[in-house]
Design a protein around this ligand. Sequence first.
Ligand SMILES: Cc1cc2nc3c(=O)[nH]c(=O)nc-3n(C[C@H](O)[C@H](O)[C@H](O)COP(=O)(O)OP(=O)(O)OC[C@H]3O[C@@H](n4cnc5c(N)ncnc54)[C@H](O)[C@@H]3O)c2cc1C
Length: 377
Amino acid sequence: MQHSYEVLIIGGGIAGLSAAALFARAGFATAVFEKEDYPRHKVCGEYISRESVPFLKEIGLETDHLPQIDRFLLSTTGGQTLAANLPLGGFGMSRYAFDAALADCAQKAGAVLFTQTKVESISDLGAAGFEMRTSNGLFSGKLALGSWGKKSNLDVQLQRPFLRKTDAVLDGWVGIKHHIRYANHPEDLIALHHFGGGYCGISRVEADRLCLCYLVRGEALRKAGNSIFNLEETVLCRNPFLKSIWRDAEFLYPKPLAISGISFQKRSPVINGVLCLGDSAGLIPPLSGNGMSMALHSAKIAFEHGSAFLNRTKKRTDLERDFTRAWNRQFRRRMWMGRLLQGRFGSEALLSPTISLLNAVPFLKSAVIRSTHGTAF
Ligand SMILES: Cc1cc2nc3c(=O)[nH]c(=O)nc-3n(C[C@H](O)[C@H](O)[C@H](O)COP(=O)(O)OP(=O)(O)OC[C@H]3O[C@@H](n4cnc5c(N)ncnc54)[C@H](O)[C@@H]3O)c2cc1C
């Protein structure tokens, strides 16, 4: 039997769930397909730029009670530091709580959530819409949104060109996350500590916890004998800030969460008629601190154009063109800056002169920080 909805949303992370809340609230029959369940921990730095606060309020999620973050500190293993105020700033919320709260907003708005349901393939049938094969049967819909994140079986099924490219700076990253208790970290600070082969972000989330999440080159982990424990002890702890954390903090997970094969390659915002949201349209390096707000913002853009299509005021070809233009206008510059900064962070030899320059020219420091955050939406 085939089930039919107006909007099919593949992937119930930040982008998919917020899009579901918007479409369902506007009265469109909306279904979200998520291969896992809620709540669950995910590898993420859990700092959310405040540009998304008005949007989150609009879909029913309040953030005022969460740790508010207004200062930034960057350090290197050599002891160099760069401190800055964050003009827009952010707040901290664990993905365990955030995704579950968004799932609640989507359901309250009227969306149907199919959890533990993996989408195996999606086909574009032209004027007849889309057909999807899932682990829970066949579904059809008029509009399909791809919010399956940074890495999915669907990228392979759709033969996305970015999978065929390789780049020394953009490919082969591993993400690792802990939750810790550590009294010596100020509530309003996000710190980024560089180490050989990567960088580690630390900031507060709810319930008196801190999120400690780092990105490291796969080869650095291999050199440490593929042991996270070895890597942390012999590489991360060369940075004096990280050494103090590993000495004094209480680590709250029995073992860290890890994901490998992270790629920051350019992707396209539309693939086989599917409008891509969040990371599936492009993953920004997390040192720009903004992937989650971009995921939320892309949901808003998809709603503006997708609802016009469903209300028959926009043709399908115009929908794809207009969505791509709007995505590029909003995110292309930030993605470019994110990739540039990721290159600088690759080695301390490049990072040190960059920090010296930014410390010497405050105007430049503010401009770089501003370029990593968008404007409120
Ligand atoms: C190490 C690291 C640290 C980061 N730190 C930050 C940070 O501090 N701040 C910030 O703003 N951003 C950060 N980001 C980026 C942020 O995590 C992402 O931009 C954000 O999660 C994107 O949301 P999304 O909805 O696109 O994807 P996701 O949240 O990944 O959701 C995708 C969902 O799709 C599901 N899915 C995949 N395939 C299928 C399928 N075939 N069928 C059904 N379901 C499927 C997955 O299970 C998943 O739940 C970080 C990223 C990394 C790698």
